[in-house]
Write a protein of this length. Structure first.
Length: 187
């Protein structure tokens, strides 16, 4: 079954499928890069999309950003293989260390941890926001030669109160994303 777009998001409480345009395919990955990679791969097999659209929530690193962001580039923030390779790079791999989207200008750092304290490396790399799935989604899309876009809603400041702030704000970005989705889909 071919779909022009598929929407990939981690959790149903981030995006209610009943609010999506009719016949829009949505895939929920669960949390983390492994879950996101597996779900994205399976979604491509089932839907043969022309484009992948990711929506999700993020923690803010750059204090100058707010609301819903169109991500332009994603990197891994949790690969620590020094001295074999610098942080963020997988040693002895020819795979990209960053992926660039079809739109956007903001940088997302993906990793399998919920960020709750300042990390100078994130600031030094000019990372705007952090999540737990986008790098995997982008990597699978890249391997399948499918363009991707990602819209991320800031729910917290990636600090000690990030967990409770996320719970309070997790659904606040849905309407903003739906407006962007209609624009991207030409509706």
């Amino acid at each position: 079954m071919r779909h022009p777009f598929i929407i990939i998001t981690a959790l149903e409480n981030e995006l209610d499928p009943k609010r999506l345009p009719p016949e829009t395919a949505v895939v929920y990955t669960g949390i983390g890069k492994v879950n996101a990679a597996i779900a994205t791969f399976k979604a491509i097999q089932v839907y043969s999309p022309r484009e992948i659209i990711n929506f999700g929530t993020v923690g803010r690193i750059n204090p100058a950003v707010n609301g819903l962001l169109d991500i332009g580039r994603v990197v891994q923030r949790d690969v620590f293989a020094e001295p074999l390779a610098p942080r963020g790079e997988v040693p002895f791999s020819s795979r990209p260390n960053a992926y660039v989207s079809e739109g956007g200008k903001y940088v997302c750092g993906s990793g399998d941890s919920f960020v709750t304290e300042t990390d100078p490396w994130l600031i030094a790399q000019a990372i705007d926001v952090v999540d737990m799935e986008l790098f995997a989604i982008a990597a699978v899309a890249h391997d399948a030669d499918i363009p991707w876009r990602s819209f991320k809603y800031i729910t917290d400041d990636a600090d000690a109160s990030a967990g409770s702030d996320w719970h309070t704000s997790v659904q606040h970005g849905e309407e903003l994303f739906l407006q962007q989705l209609r624009r991207v889909m030409g509706l």
